[in-house]
Design a binder for this molecule. Structure first.
Ligand SMILES: Cc1cc2nc3c(=O)[nH]c(=O)nc-3n(C[C@H](O)[C@H](O)[C@H](O)COP(=O)(O)O)c2cc1C
Length: 141
């Protein structure tokens, strides 16, 4: 099983309606693919976490990467023994647009600086980022 986390920059305005449409379409599609995760939007950048079986996750990730509505800034992935958010699947909430919390804001800011400086997301940083996902899991439930 795999987990991916990416930061992207929106190429167009996303108002409440278009975010809702994206959320509904994604939730339905992700459910069919057995994927879970969430989507944060800070008004200009997206932070999305997705997890599930590699054969379902990777083709979708390629499609999302090619979506002209945004540009990927950086991404990282890891093997996971089990889903972090299986309950979100059961609740049919695969994609959520939430008020940004401190953790998500910090991740977006930190990753943005990384991208601007041209730094590479090495293994250690990547591992720490996913550890933050565990933290998110704890504060969410
Ligand atoms: C920031 C962002 C996140 C997205 N997340 C998902 C997602 O989790 N699941 C999904 O099916 N589509 C997602 N999409 C939409 C896909 O890029 C694509 O439009 C959708 O899968 C429909 O593809 P199709 O028109 O080839 O069927 C996302 C798009 C954007 C801009």
């Amino acid at each position: 099983m795999k987990a991916v986390l990416y930061l992207s920059k929106a190429n167009q305005e996303f108002d409440k309606e278009s975010l809702k449409a994206l959320e509904l379409q994604s939730a339905e599609n992700n459910r069919k693919l057995g994927l879970s995760g969430y989507l944060y939007f800070d008004g200009s950048k997206f932070l999305q976490y997705l997890e599930g079986e590699e054969e379902n996750l990777m083709p979708l990730l390629n499609r999302i990467r090619e979506d002209s509505r945004h540009d990927f800034l950086c991404e990282t992935e890891e093997e996971i023994p089990a889903k972090r958010f299986p309950e979100w699947n059961m609740k049919n909430i695969q994609s959520m647009v939430l008020e940004l919390g401190l953790v998500e804001k910090t991740i977006i800011q930190t990753l943005s600086i990384f991208v601007e400086k041209g730094y590479h997301l090495d293994k250690g940083i990547s591992r720490d980022l996913f550890k933050l996902m565990d933290h998110l899991k704890v504060v969410t439930f």
